[in-house]
Each structure stands twice: as C-alpha cells, then as structure tokens.
Design a protein around this ligand. Structure first.
Ligand code: 5GP
Length: 346
C-alpha cells in the first residue's frame, strides 16, 4: 500500500482568476477550434464539445440539433444498422464531421462497427468506450481498430492518469477520454472506491497527451457552464457532457409526469435501467454502477447550448482570451473554499 499526499482537485475546489483584457465584447471570442490529429489524416474544426454516448443524451435527434452548432454527438451504441441507414439517408449535410460512432470491445460491437463503417464510410469518428480503460484487452482492441481503420479519428477511454493516456495514444488512439467516477449518474466511486478528481485528471492527462501530439476529452462532472470553462482552462481539448444535455426534446428517455409537470428519465449506461433495457438485466457477477433519475423537462437543447456557449465566451473575456484555444494559457486557478452564493434559488 502507498499513499500520495499531494491533493487532487475537482471543479468545485477552484475558480479562474480574472485577468486584464483588451477584449471589448464577448462577441469577439472565437469558440471554434481546429485540430490536427495524431494518427488520422483528417483535420477537424468545430466547437469542441461532445454529447455523451448515453441513450438519454447521444441520440440521432441530438446529433441533428448539435451538428448545426458544429458540436459533436457521440451517438450511443444501441441503434441498429437500419436505424443508422435511415438517419443518414435523411441527414447528409456535413453531419459526418459531428458524429462519433460508439462501440464497446466485444466481438458483437466490432462486427457492428464494421457494418456501419462499411455502409457509411463518410463517418470519421469512432469512440471506443469502456468504463475501465486500464485493461490490456482494451488496449489490444484499440490497436486492432487502428490497424483496421487507419484514417478514422479514434477516441478511446476512459482513463485518468498520464501513463495510460500515453499507452492509448501509442496504441492508435487520436484522442483519449478522461474521467473515472465524476459523472452525474455515476456511482463508481461509491461502489468501488476508485476515482480521480476531474480537474487534476485533466491537468495531468492533458500534459501527457500534448507531449505526444494527442488530445484529450474531459468526460463527466460538468454541472454548469463554469465547470466546462474550468475543464478547458485545465487543458481539455474537448469536453463531453451527459447530464447537462439530458432532459431536452432531443435527449431521448421516457417522458413522465409528476404533479402535472413533465420530467424525462436519465440514467447511467451501467445502471440497472440500462442493463435491463439492453442486455436483459444486471449480470450476477457485476454491480450496477449508475443511477436512474428523473429530470425536469428542459425544452429544446438549442437554448441550453446558447447558455453554455455564452458562458464560455464570457469566461474568455474575463481572462483576455480571444480564442478558446488561448483559454488554458490564460488560466490561473485559485483554490477556494466557496462557490455559488446559494441564499436564493431561482
Ligand atoms: P455527466 O456529464 O453526466 O456528469 O457525465 C457523463 C459521463 O458519465 C458519460 O460520458 C460517461 O463517461 C459517464 N457515465 C455514463 N453512465 C455511467 C454509468 O452508468 N456509470 C458510470 N460509472 N459512469 C457513467
């Protein structure tokens, strides 16, 4: 047994210190970024936010709405090939730059991925997603996927430490997804005791990835536009959102009424709800590591996106970053013991 004594931080432990700035208005801030990738020859440009590959977030409807804002959707892996065919037949307008196909690492998953790509080779992003990215089997799968698809943009995760980010990048990933346990409907930390405060995970993993010419996605734990700004400030190239994009018209998930008010179901992908829906129940050898919650219906996702992008532009003006790309260079975090004043609630 060993203990590391330097403290690891989450979003709630810091704020961003304002800095003198020459920017006159938020409208001068450029949120789009362009990336050259480590293995894939594609160059990507857009707003580096990604809707999570959960079936109550990463739906085709979400992809349609977010692609118009140049935001990516990691489409969940439970659509059939026919669903993909029908969706892509109707939506051909550059949507491929803003869609990632999600896959697990079973034979069934890789066969399905091959079929989707075979029929829709214009799709560029593959998101290989497992709860625990530390297994050798996962690394082998990433390597095999790179061999099979030399041109595709491969996202792989999740991990939270620099050495594993490096291993995944060297095994063929272009972008590594970072986060174990911070998610809004995640119970991993409670069920297993395993995790890593997200802000520190981003700082350490971004450093490792950038050293090799790769990128990272901060995945999970953002509860407000301010948290997203902190994730970018810490060095995340992309930020993935689950809960913040759930509950909308486009989010999927059962609609429920409570005391005359509409709610939408939102659940973790390893919750009992998801396992019952997709694999016929929770297997005996595993525990559910996700919650099922009901969140107040929030209308069109467009309004939430505007709120997020407005917040980010404002962060950039507070620190004098004319482009989102400059935010991390201009970020000084201060450790704090307070956040929002909660004397009133809206
Ligand atoms: P959020 O933005 O809601 O805080 O976090 C979203 C992320 O939580 C997802 O992208 C995924 O990495 C993670 N997640 C989704 N479902 C589950 C689950 O059932 N268990 C765990 N441990 N994490 C989950």
């Amino acid at each position: 047994m060993r203990i590391e004594y330097d403290i690891k931080l989450g979003f709630k432990d810091v704020m961003i210190r304002p800095k003198r700035s020459t920017l006159k208005s938020r409208s001068e801030v450029e949120l789009e970024r362009s990336f050259k990738l480590l293995h894939s020859p594609y160059n990507w440009s857009g707003i580096p936010i990604i809707a999570a590959n959960m079936d109550t977030v990463g739906t085709f409807e979400m992809a349609k709405a977010l692609s118009e804002k140049k935001i990516i959707t990691a489409v969940h892996k439970h659509y059939t090939i026919n669903d993909w065919n029908a969706f892509l037949a109707e939506n051909q307008n550059n949507i491929e730059d803003f869609i990632a196909i999600s896959t697990g690492i079973s034979r069934h998953d890789s066969d399905k991925l091959a079929k989707i790509i075979d029929q829709h080779n214009q799709l560029k992003f593959i998101c290989i997603d497992v709860a625990n990215g530390y297994s050798e089997h996962f690394v082998k799968f990433v390597r095999k996927t790179r061999e099979q698809y030399p041109d595709k943009v491969i996202i792989a995760g999740n991990v939270v430490t620099g050495e594993m980010v490096e291993e995944l990048l060297l095994s063929g990933a272009d972008i590594v997804k970072v986060g174990i346990g911070p998610g809004s409907v995640c119970t991993t930390r409670v069920k297993t005791g395993v995790g890593y405060p997200q802000l520190s995970a981003i700082i350490e993993c971004a450093d490792a990835a950038h050293g090799l010419g790769g990128q990272i996605i901060s995945d999970g734990g953002c509860t407000s536009p301010g948290d997203i700004a902190k994730a970018f400030g810490a060095g995340a190239d992309f930020v993935m959102l689950g809960g913040m994009l759930a509950g909308h018209d486009e989010s999927g998930g059962e609609v429920i009424e409570r005391n005359g008010k509409p709610y939408r179901k939102f659940y973790g992908m390893s919750s009992a709800t998801a396992m019952e829906k997709h694999v016929g129940g929770v297997a005996e050898y595993r525990a559910s590591e996700g919650k099922t919650v009901e969140i107040p219906y929030r209308g069109k996702v467009e309004n939430t996106v505007q709120d997020i992008l407005g917040g980010l532009r404002s962060t950039c003006t507070y620190v004098g970053a004319q482009r989102l790309k400059e935010l991390t260079k201009r970020t000084t975090f201060i450790r704090v013991a307070e956040q929002e004043n909660q004397v009133y609630t809206e």
